[in-house]
Ligand binder design. Structure first.
Ligand SMILES: [Zn+2]
Ligand SMILES: [Zn+2]
Length: 693
């Protein structure tokens, strides 16, 4: 630790004799971890009774990968605060990660002596015994941990990990199923479950699990490879293993008829069946039908080419650079080089895509899909057939709100979601946006906002759209950037903190806790306890919001981490991963990866999330611990995280909490997440007669 004296002098000059922790905290947030540690040590020297600066120094050193020095700082902190179980517990973890199992055990035991119910120390003891191959004791402490954190999917995952080590396959299977019940997106739990099924000869079940991995982690290399391996061993057709959702009769919504309740609104264009980047999927073949009948019209010519009777299924196939339309009886009705419009023959009708395994786009093979408005089809180069839903904005929102949030959530949070989604559309429609080149205003995935069409609609969310009809959020009279995310993990992040997001005065950082509660700023030590614990927050809402979105963990094997990182950056074997710059919310915005050959610094939000393991991290709010063998080689990486999404703007789960736990209205919810904005009701300007886009 060169430079201690200079930094210390600098701090003394800057802030007086070390009573102010702010500069040290600033250094920590900036990723100047060793300087931050030095500053905290200076504060510790200035206040010999206070354990806190020493604990903060330890937290900085740990994040910098200096586990030995961090442990020494914790021991010094214990001299000042010998009754603090959290210090013992963290000391145990630092020792555990350095393969000092005896030292770790005594520290964890001390923590539990001081506080009988200490989940992190129980997990620590279990991990120690697991490494010592002591089966009974491992399971005993994991069981205690499970009772202390019953909603946490990470418990069952670690339990399964141990059952597998102890060759208890039946128990491992049950624990993995339980982890996935709590968190269906838990790819790291789904893969070993698939492996267990494959070893038992349950090839259909194994194949299904790998398929579901691809739902959450498209292109996952292990899952893709294993599905091919298993294909020849399946005893059922893929459609029988995963029967597609079928639409067999018109959906009648009671008691609200949204279509009759809404006035006509501006038409928008939505790309359908798009991938993670919002581009259209590979649509080689599609089947369409309706309950009311359809007409097929040339967009340029205005000529009607065909009328499709109700309940008849016709097909569209790519043929060279044309789209071939074939009737149910096999008659070819045309090969189109331009755009055709398929419209319901009656007002209020829909276009239905009949699920088919002949299409390469999973969106159209996994389920029937149903859309209000009408559909445009066009030859789309190597992607096959382009599919765009042209639909009035308010009707589109009926399909968006239930795709973004759960229809059974507290009603005011549904209304907030409707307003934000409506505002997003108007911004993207006015600006052309990212999909201008693609020929639509929005895609139908998370990239813009999720939209699953009419079959996904629900009464509650339809009513939320009707009740807020035309309402948007504005700032200085213009539509506001109403970003939202699934779960912030307890703290909203300001847009200016994230590379490439820009600064908006209403996209600010704040704890996601009820407006009448005040929380002091965190320091590195407190942040660590907060992130690895189960703290109060609007979005910590058990029973309504998945606990696995608020807090999560995973363990990534060393070789997997090295493989994944080297797909992007040829750094050689990964030897350390160090979060550097953090937002005040705790989100990591700069991360250093140390490899044998070279090191890289990663700053893009999606890269930080995508590169740590094969399925992306839910959020950049995380800590990473490097677990090593006695000889210093890395065994694996332990990640503890919180939240799902970019943590900017409205926390959807937090909105549910504000409405459900604290009775807040949708106006109050939006004031909380977008301070300084106004709610305004717009009148849609009627377009010229046909309004075709
Ligand atoms: Zn998009
Ligand atoms: Zn939140």
């Amino acid at each position: 630790m060169r430079g201690i004296n200079i930094s210390l002098l600098f701090l003394l000059l800057q802030s007086g004799p070390g009573h102010c922790a702010a500069p040290a905290y600033e250094l920590y947030l900036k990723g100047e971890l060793l300087k931050a540690a030095t500053a905290y040590f200076a504060l510790a020297d200035a206040a010999p009774e206070n354990p806190r600066p020493m604990l903060n120094a330890a937290a900085c050193l740990k994040q910098a990968g200096r586990y030995y020095e961090a442990a020494a700082a914790l021991v010094r902190a214990l001299n000042r605060d010998p009754q603090n179980p959290d210090i013992y517990s963290e000391l145990g973890w630092l020792r555990f990660h350095q393969a000092d199992y005896d030292g770790a055990r005594s520290a964890f035991e001390a923590a539990i002596r001081l506080r009988e119910q200490h989940p992190r120390a129980e997990l620590g003891l279990a991990s120690v015994y697991s490494n010592l191959d002591e089966k009974e004791k491992t399971l005993e402490h994991l069981d205690k941990y499970r009772r202390l954190r019953p909603d946490f999917a990470g418990v069952d995952y670690i339990l399964a990990w141990n059952y597998m080590n102890f060759k208890m396959h039946k128990e491992a299977e049950e624990a993995l199923v339980e982890a996935l019940r709590k968190d269906p997106s838990f790819t790291e739990a789904r893969l070993p479950l698939a492996g267990i099924y494959a070893r038992q000869g349950k090839f259909n079940e194994a194949w299904n699990q790998y398929y579901r991995v691809l739902d959450y982690a498209p292109g996952h290399p292990v899952a893709s490879k294993m599905m091919k391996v298993l294909e020849g061993k399946l005893t059922k057709q893929p459609e029988e293993i995963r029967p597609p959702f079928r639409i067999t009769k018109p959906l009648v919504m009671e008691p609200l008829d949204a279509l009759a309740s809404l006035s006509s609104s501006v038409k928008i264009r939505v790309g359908i069946g798009t991938g993670t980047t919002g581009k259209q999927g590979r649509n080689n073949f599609l089947r369409i039908k309706s309950f009311e009948g359809l007409t097929v019209t040339g967009k340029a010519s205005g000529k009607v080419y065909a009328a499709i009777p109700p309940d008849e299924t016709w097909t569209l196939a790519e043929e060279g650079d044309k789209v071939k339309l074939t009737a149910a009886d096999g008659t070819v009705y045309g090969r189109f080089a331009g755009t055709i419009m398929v419209k319901p023959a009656k007002a209020g009708g829909t276009v239905i895509f009949d699920a088919t395994s002949k299409t390469r786009n999973p969106w159209f093979s996994g389920a029937d899909r149903q859309y209000r408005g009408y559909i445009e089809f066009y030859p789309n180069g190597s992607r096959g057939i382009g599919v765009v839903n042209v639909i009035e904005n308010e009707l589109y929102l009926l399909g968006v709100v239930p795709s973004e949030v759960a229809p059974q959530w507290p009603y005011e949070s549904l209304k907030a979601q409707a307003v934000l989604a409506r505002t997003q559309v108007l911004i993207r429609r006015a600006r052309g946006g990212q999909h201008k080149k693609d020929g639509y205003h929005l895609c139908d995935g998370q990239h813009c906002q999720a939209y699953k069409g009419k079959s996904n609609e629900a009464n509650t969310t339809n009513r939320a759209v009707v009740d807020t009809e035309g309402e948007i959020l504005t700032y200085h009279g213009r539509p506001a950037y109403t970003f939202y995310h699934s779960n912030c993990g307890g703290w909203i992040q300001a847009s200016k903190e994230v590379t490439g997001w820009g600064d908006s005065p209403y996209l600010v950082t704040k704890p996601d806790i009820a407006p009448d509660k005040v929380q002091a700023p965190l320091d590195p030590w407190e942040h660590h306890l907060w992130l690895t614990g189960n703290p109060e927050a609007n979005c910590n809402y058990p029973g309504r919001v998945r606990a696995s979105e608020f807090r999560w963990m995973k363990i990534i094997r060393h070789k997997d981490m090295t493989f994944r990182v080297n797909m992007e950056y040829p750094v050689g074997e990964v030897v350390d991963i160090i979060p550097l710059r953090r937002s005040p919310s705790g989100n990591v915005n700069t991360m250093k990866i140390v490899g044998r050959k070279r090191s890289v610094t990663v700053t893009k939000e999606h890269m930080i999330r995508n590169i740590l393991g094969f399925s992306s991290l839910k959020c950049t709010l995380f800590e990473i611990e490097t677990n090593r063998f006695k000889n210093g080689k890395v065994r694996n990486y332990w990640l503890y995280g919180g939240g799902w999404g970019h943590a900017i703007g409205m926390c959807q789960s937090g909105a549910a909490g504000l409405a459900g736990k604290y009775d807040k209205s949708y106006k109050e919810i939006m004031e909380f997440y977008f301070p300084g904005t106004n709610l305004r009701r717009i009148k849609y300007v009627k377009k010229a007669k046909s309004g075709e886009l």
